[in-house]
Design a binder for this molecule. Structure first.
Ligand SMILES: Cc1cc2nc3c(=O)[nH]c(=O)nc-3n(C[C@H](O)[C@H](O)[C@H](O)COP(=O)(O)O)c2cc1C
Length: 350
C-alpha cells in the first residue's frame, strides 16, 4: 500500500527529530533545568522505603510520575514504533500517549498503527491525541479507537504557521469548551514544545480541563523540524520562540493556576523529572529523548533506562526529604540570576 502525504509527514517528523536529538542540535531557549538548583538536605531522617512516588490527577493514581508522550502512529514505520513503545509502557507500568490520530480518522487503513497500543497494553493508562480544532465526534472516535483513559488536545499554532502546508486560522477556545463539557474521559490541553505564558494559563483555567500539559521549549523543536522538512525555505522562523518548560511552570505559578500540570519538553533524565515536580507539575512526560533512545539503542536499553529512572526517583526524593510528590512540590529551589530576572519581569507584567 502506498502511503499518503500525511503518513510521509509523520515519518519525516520522526527521522528529523531523532537526528536533532542525536546531534544535540536543539537551541537553548530561556531558562533550562540547570537554572534551577536543589538545596542540600543533610538530614533526610527517612528511608528510601518510606517514599511513595505515585501521583494522583484526573481521577487516577499513576504508579510513576512520568510517561511516554505523544509521537507516533499514522504510517507503517510509526506502527512499528508504537508497537515497541507500548510494549515498554506495559512492562514498566507507565502511561503512554499516542501521536495525533487525525490521520486515522481520514485513512481507516492506518488505524492499526494506533490500535496496536491498546492491544499490547490492555490495562495500561493510554492517552488519545488530536488537534484542538477537531469536533466532538472526532474526539469520541479517537478515544474509542484505543479505548483511551484520557485525551490530549494539542494547541500548536506556532508549528502550523511554520509548516508550509499548515493551518492559517485558529479559533479554538469555543470548541475546547464544548469538548471539555461533553467528553467522557479527562481532557488535557497540551502545547507541543513552545510553552505557555501566564495569559494562556488564565484562558485555559476558564475552560477548566482535567489538566494542562505545558509542552515547553528546550527539547523537540517543531520550528526546526518543519523548516528542515522544507529544506529551510520557510518564510517563518520560530527556532528561538517560546517559553521553556521551566519558564512555563513558573508562569503557571505567577498566574496562580490551580489545575493539575503536566511538564513536557526537554525531559531527558530523572533529575529533570524531579525539578519539574518541584516547580509544581503533578506528572511529567518525555517524547524526543525516549524516541531517540529507542531508535539509537533499541527497545531493551530504553526499557532499562526507564527502570533506572524508576529506581532513582525514590532515592532522590529521600535525599530531598520528600515522602511523596505533594511534599516534593513544596520543597524550595534556588533560581539562577537569569531565571530570577525572568520571574521579576513576568511578575511585574501581571
Ligand atoms: C516525532 C514526534 C512527533 C510528535 N507528534 C505529536 C503529535 O502528534 N501530537 C502531539 O500532541 N505532540 C506531538 N509531539 C510533541 C511531543 O508530544 C512533545 O510535546 C514535544 O516533543 C516536547 O517534548 P520532548 O522535548 O520531550 O520531545 C511529537 C513529538 C515528536 C518528537
Amino acid at each position: 500500500m502506498t502511503e499518503s502525504a500525511q503518513s510521509h509527514r509523520k515519518d519525516e517528523h520522526l527521522s528529523i527529530s531523532a537526528k536533532l536529538w542525536r546531534n544535540r542540535s536543539l537551541p537553548k531557549i530561556g531558562a533550562t533545568y540547570d537554572d534551577v538548583r536543589w538545596l542540600p538536605n543533610t538530614f533526610p531522617e527517612m528511608s528510601v522505603s518510606d517514599v511513595d512516588v505515585s501521583t494522583s490527577l484526573m481521577g487516577h493514581t499513576f504508579k510513576w510520575p512520568f510517561y511516554i508522550e505523544a509521537m507516533t502512529g499514522g504510517s507503517n514505520l510509526t506502527a512499528k514504533i508504537n508497537t515497541q513503545l507500548s510494549q515498554i509502557a506495559a512492562k514498566s507500568e507507565i502511561a503512554m500517549a499516542v501521536g495525533s490520530q487525525s490521520i486515522a480518522l481520514k485513512e481507516p487503513d492506518i488505524r492499526h498503527s494506533f490500535e496496536i497500543v491498546r492491544k499490547n497494553n490492555p490495562t495500561g493508562f493510554l492517552l488519545a491525541n488530536l488537534g484542538a480544532d477537531h469536533p466532538l465526534a472526532n474526539v469520541r472516535e479517537a478515544i474509542q479507537m484505543i479505548d483511551a483513559n484520557a485525551i490530549e488536545l494539542h494547541v500548536n499554532a506556532a508549528q502550523e504557521l511554520v509548516m508550509a502546508e499548515g493551518d492559517r486560522s485558529f479559533y479554538w477556545l469555543d470548541n475546547l469548551a464544548e469538548i471539555i463539557a461533553k467528553t467522557p474521559v479527562p481532557v488535557i490541553i497540551k502545547e507541543v514544545g513552545f510553552g505557555m505564558s501566564q495569559d494562556t494559563f488564565k484562558k485555559i483555567s476558564a475552560l477548566n480541563p482535567a489538566a494542562i500539559n505545558v509542552g515547553g521549549a528546550n527539547g523537540t523543536n517543531f520550528s526546526i523540524i518543519e523548516r528542515r522538512r522544507n529544506h529551510l525555505n520557510e518564510s517563518v522562523n520560530l527556532d528561538n520562540y517560546g517559553f521553556s518548560t521551566v519558564e512555563s511552570l513558573i508562569e503557571a505559578k505567577i498566574a496562580k493556576n490551580d489545575l493539575p500540570l503536566i511538564a513536557t519538553g526537554g525531559i531527558e533524565n530523572v533529575n529533570h523529572i524531579i525539578t519539574s515536580l518541584m516547580l509544581g507539575a503533578s506528572l511529567t512526560s518525555s517524547a524526543g529523548y525516549m524516541l531517540t533512545t529507542l531508535l539509537e539503542k533499541g527497545q531493551t536499553p530504553l526499557l532499562e533506562e526507564i527502570y533506572a529512572w524508576q529506581q532513582a526517583l525514590p532515592r532522590l526524593m529521600t535525599l530531598l526529604g520528600a515522602k511523596n510528590i505533594m511534599a516534593l512540590q513544596k520543597k524550595p529551589v534556588l533560581y539562577s540570576s537569569e531565571l530570577q530576572n525572568f520571574i521579576a519581569q513576568q511578575k511585574a507584567s501581571q
